[in-house]
Design a protein around this ligand. Structure first.
Ligand SMILES: NC(=O)C1=CN([C@@H]2O[C@H](COP(=O)(O)OP(=O)(O)OC[C@H]3O[C@@H](n4cnc5c(N)ncnc54)[C@H](OP(=O)(O)O)[C@@H]3O)[C@@H](O)[C@H]2O)C=CC1
Ligand SMILES: Nc1nc2c(ncn2[C@@H]2O[C@H](COP(=O)(O)O)[C@@H](O)[C@H]2O)c(=O)[nH]1
Ligand SMILES: [K+]
Length: 479
């Protein structure tokens, strides 16, 4: 990466910078590979944040199906974390995990799982597990809230039989012919998932992130306290592909010790550690045994660290400096936090990140944990909160006595409750991935790059004023 015209004399964040187009021989944006080379096996440079409101097993599976990597949070109880990892590993690759409801679930309860939007749907079972039928999500729109979901099972459209599924293109054509957007996928009369037209199309465009047994990849986080080695062994036993050791202040002795303990186990998976923002921290964590460094202190949407402590660093410069150092050491960087637009992802990659971690943006999706709520104006949202918020700290330390818990909550550095609205045009994680990857593919071609490596080398970055940033925004209504 080079700066255009001027070299900065102070630290910059994503909004301070822009990419300058360069002469390019990239004929098509589809000829661009976004695959990171950080050893995680991902085919797109997107990682979901280890936050309780962001990454649950459903989101992790959906993300891996499109080539990214979900990081399950360290706050899950060990048995839930174990079950979540195993669940992801058992999910289908070629179609989606079904939203599966019992026949007497009410329409109101179903709307907490799915918005009434075409292209989505659910399957219905009776109490004995017999499959009763599928319901396209748009049927939820006008149904009475207290009606049981079984009343919405209308005349069945065609289902897709796994044994006859020759490929995603054939499934897409079948749905077009039948005039449907969504279909259940059956195997020997049992539902094994669902598929949408868009899902079939995406299967032709994305490469799933799979382990050597052909299962979806997944990462999980552990903290730096307690039996770190025991926790690492347990998640490896469950099948995890990448271990993330995560704490607010990653450049501390406790972190160095934790990395050493995990590295000494020789588990054969990438070890990610953070969060830090300086080259010196990168050296220390890589020296201890981390292969990927998670970078970002304070940019997160749920994060109050900068206002509480003044600590942190504008994220573009933090990524640039740490990625440069990591590269020298044969290690990699994940840019964590503060990403709100595809441009931010492109800029993090230009600064040298191997992958970009996204939290709050993904919290407002169908696949994120938690249920959908609707505000006064009828807009659907999910709740999100920071992992260092009072809410998260109370949940994390729910087994401590009241005095110890009160001590822990003194240091809250995150928001306890925030509404993240679903984008009505892009309600699912996969819609956001389409937007992000198409934006970033285009960034690569403007820079004349066909790979992440070439993008790192060729990116030309300028510094802009606040007016320059403002000029780049679209105008939803006239002047
Ligand atoms: N990227 C970011 O900007 C930030 C992210 N977070 C996220 O919040 C979650 C909780 O992390 P965390 O609060 O580290 O909790 P952890 O449970 O991981 O514990 C952190 C440990 O480090 C000690 N510590 C020393 N100094 C600090 C410090 N300045 N901040 C925090 N801990 C410190 C704590 O002791 P003691 O409690 O006694 O001080 C505790 O033993 C993580 O998911 C983390 O990524 C949180 C803040 C910032
Ligand atoms: N200081 C805090 N940082 C937090 C908290 N919860 C999460 N985080 C960090 O934010 C990123 C995600 O950023 P986003 O802008 O995409 O939402 C996450 O990975 C953590 O590093 C918190 O409570 N306090
Ligand atoms: K912030």
């Amino acid at each position: 990466m080079r700066f255009y015209e001027t070299t900065p004399t102070h630290d910059l964040t994503y909004s301070d910078v822009f990419l300058v187009p360069s002469r390019s021989d990239v004929g098509s944006r589809l000829n661009v590979s976004l695959a990171p080379t950080d050893g995680t096996g991902a085919s797109i440079p997107i990682v979901s944040a280890n936050m309780n409101s962001v990454t649950g097993p459903r989101l992790a599976a959906a993300l891996a199906r499109r080539g990214g990597l979900g990081v399950l949070p360290q706050d899950m109880h060990p048995q839930d974390l174990d079950a979540a990892i195993r669940w992801v590993k058992a999910q289908p690759v070629g179609w989606d995990a079904a939203v599966d409801l019992l026949a007497d679930t009410t329409v109101a309860e179903a709307r907490e799982q799915l918005p009434p939007i075409a292209g989505h749907g659910l399957v219905v079972h009776d109490a004995s597990g017999t499959y009763l039928g599928a319901v396209p999500a748009e049927r939820l729109a006008d149904a009475l809230p207290d009606a049981p979901i079984r009343d919405l099972i209308g005349p069945q459209g065609p289902s897709i039989d796994v044994d006859e599924l020759t490929g995603p293109r054939a499934a897409f054509d079948l749905m077009v012919e039948a005039g449907i957007e969504f279909a259940p996928v059956l195997h020997q009369g049992k539902v094994v998932g669902t598929l949408s037209r868009k899902g079939a199309l995406r299967s032709t465009l994305y490469t799933p992130a799979l382990d050597d047994q052909g299962r979806l990849r997944v990462a999980a986080a552990i903290g730096i306290n307690g039996d770190v080695a025991g926790k690492a062994r347990a998640i490896i036993e469950a099948g995890v592909d990448v271990i993330v050791i995560d704490t607010a202040h990653g450049h501390q002795e406790g972190m160095v010790r934790a990395i050493r303990e995990v590295a000494a186990l020789g588990l054969g998976v990438p070890i990610v550690a953070g969060n830090v923002v300086t080259a010196e921290a990168v050296r220390d964590l890589v020296e201890a045994g981390a292969t990927i460094i998670k970078v970002g202190v304070g940019p997160g949407a749920m994060c109050t660290t900068r206002m509480m402590t003044a600590v942190g660093r504008p994220q573009f410069s933090a990524v640039l400096e740490t990625a440069e150092e990591a590269r020298k050491l044969g290690a990699h960087v994940w840019a964590d936090g503060g990403v709100r637009y595809p441009r931010d992802v492109a800029l993090a990659l230009a600064a040298g990140a191997a992958s970009v971690m996204i939290g709050s943006w993904f919290a407002g999706t169908i696949e994120a944990p938690g249920t959908l709520a609707v505000d006064d104006q009828g807009r659907a949202y999910k709740e999100s909160w920071g992992m260092a918020s009072t809410k998260a700290v109370k949940e994390r330390f729910d087994r401590l006595d009241a005095y110890e818990l009160a001590r822990k909550t003194l240091f809250a550095e995150g928001i306890s409750s925030s509404k993240i609205y679903l984008d009505p045009l892009r309600p699912s994680l996969e819609d956001l991935l389409d937007m992000i990857t198409s934006g970033v593919r285009s960034s690569f071609s403007y820079a004349g790059a066909t790979s992440l490596e070439e993008f790192h080398e060729r990116a030309l970055v300028g510094i802009q004023s606040a007016a320059g940033y403002e000029e780049g925004k679209a105008l939803p209504v006239s002047w």
